[in-house]
Design a binder for this molecule. Structure first.
Ligand code: ZN
Ligand code: ZN
Ligand code: ZN
Length: 159
């Protein structure tokens, strides 16, 4: 493996930018960046640690999380939370979007910028509250589950 192959932009300059923030540019950090550069937009911290470990067994979770903190300061990743509050990272956050989770069937999906904006705007207009829609997962019930509420097996909880 050629460890000196170039990273694609904007990752190509990340070594210098991390150094400016006082982080050494180590092989472990390079592995973190390579995994992020290859990922499709969303990754949990635990998945990132696991994928780094599969490339470099010496990867330490605290190194991964410290690197993520600085990458977030640089705007290259942005964290949100899944339905359980676990951190999930957006890699190169481009477009604002929201996450929905159905507490009955467990499905999750995204709403695009326009609908995320509509949800946020309704609250802002009514209460002056500016919800950070990309930061939280909205938990509720999907249409199929809402329609089928009467079919819940006995003993199920409706939360
Ligand atoms: Zn948060
Ligand atoms: Zn997302
Ligand atoms: Zn559902």
């Amino acid at each position: 493996m050629n460890v000196n192959r170039a990273l694609p932009p904007p990752w190509s300059s990340v070594g210098d930018r991390l150094r400016e923030r006082g982080l050494r540019w180590t092989p472990q950090r390079r592995t973190v960046i390579e995994v992020l550069a290859a990922c499709d937009g969303h990754i949990t911290g635990a998945d990132l640690v696991e994928r780094c470990r599969s490339r470099d067994m010496s990867t330490i979770p605290s190194t991964v999380y410290r690197t993520l903190d600085v990458l977030e300061e640089l705007g290259l990743v942005r964290h949100g939370h899944d339905a359980n509050g676990r951190e999930e990272f957006h890699v190169l956050p481009a477009q604002e979007h929201g996450h929905l989770h159905c507490s009955r069937c467990g499905a999750t999906w995204e709403i695009g910028e326009a609908r995320a904006w509509a949800v946020a705007e309704a609250l802002r207009a009514a209460d002056g509250f500016e919800i950070d829609i990309g930061h939280v997962t909205l938990v509720g019930r999907c249409q199929d589950c809402a329609d089928g509420v009467a079919d819940l097996p006995p003993g199920s909880t409706r939360d």
